[in-house]
Design a protein. Sequence first.
Length: 392
Amino acid sequence: MTHWSLLGRRVLAIGPALGPLARGPLFGAALEVAGVERLADVSSATVDLLLIDADAVEPQVLADAVAALGADSSPPTLVVGSRLPASVVRALMRIRTADVLESPFSDQDLQAAVYALLDRDGMEVPAPSQHASRCWSVVGAVGGSGATTIAIEIASALAARSGKDNSVCLVDLHLADGAAAAYLGAAPAMALAEFGPAAERMDAALLAAFTTPVGKGIDLLACPRDPVAFEQISREAVLRILEIACDTYDFVVVDMPRHRRPWTLEALAGSDEVLVVSELTVPALLAARALCGEIEAALPPARRARVVLNRLASRMFGPAPSTAEAERALERQADAGIASDWEAAAASVNLGGPVRQHRPKSKIVRDVAALVDRLLGVETQARRSAWSRKAA
Ligand SMILES: Nc1ncnc2c1ncn2[C@@H]1O[C@H](COP(=O)(O)OP(=O)(O)OP(=O)(O)O)[C@@H](O)[C@H]1O
Ligand SMILES: [Mg+2]
């Protein structure tokens, strides 16, 4: 299906009952609601789509007004109504691009009719993007393992490396109660649940309206708190967000919920890297092992999830497993380790912003930088031995 967006399209709606469509299936359009007399000065130069509610206008008046529209100069026209008089339909047949839709109709019926008209009218279809981006998804093995913290720090490290504006997008897919915005001291702006199916046709311009800039080079896509958002936001909308974000940004970092959603495996399969964050406790390591297996079953055969061990601390502070013990429990090698630094982590969330901003010398920043180097294929000196020693 063509991903049309009505963003900014000038839609003239004849009949007051059509006004609410601007918040639903015609979301994004510049909708003008007017009476039938407005048809006297309509042309395709000033209106992109004409929508007429036949039930709102006396049939002969409407038939005359439609007949007076220029056959070639009138915009694509859709007449809706529970009674569509033959005189109106006959007048409509003279218009180059026109259709009728009988009431009652669903949002999907209306959208299908509108997009078919726009397609027929030959509006330009955006070419598929050639933009090369990288998408890394971060998921916690257990609650509180540090996935959000690490996603934020990765995004921050990437932005610092790129030095460009808007090069990194952090997407919080905890649609109901994401923490990324609060950790960054930002206001979440992706009010997707309100837009229903319209969200599935998002384009870059609309996505831009949903982003919150959070520091140099990073944009955040996060939903306002909404307990039923997971039920209201469709798989198509989530995958569309990721698709557009990857078209728009050099790097997309996804803070992925642990619990399986209808879009989880597709989102992970579309990611260049999947990072499973575990802490150094036996239950977390066992959960990480199971989660990696579940994810890898959905990935192409050669693709592996990577395990990041978070909050590595000296064993002086408690009987944590060593790295070797952790890897035995994981039944695989860990790909990275992030040191524990409670002071820096607390300063970051309490002040709002990445650890890199508030505690640039923290070991968390150093270890995330090494992880990012590794993912980017930059060789760093003895990277694994450096962190594994800390946990030993
Ligand atoms: N390396 C670290 N050192 C010290 N504290 C950390 C570290 N990483 C994360 N934390 C802290 O651990 C707590 C949980 O982190 P975070 O919210 O990132 O985990 P999560 O896996 O995203 O949790 P949830 O399951 O709720 O999504 C936070 O208070 C955070 O500041
Ligand atoms: Mg989290």
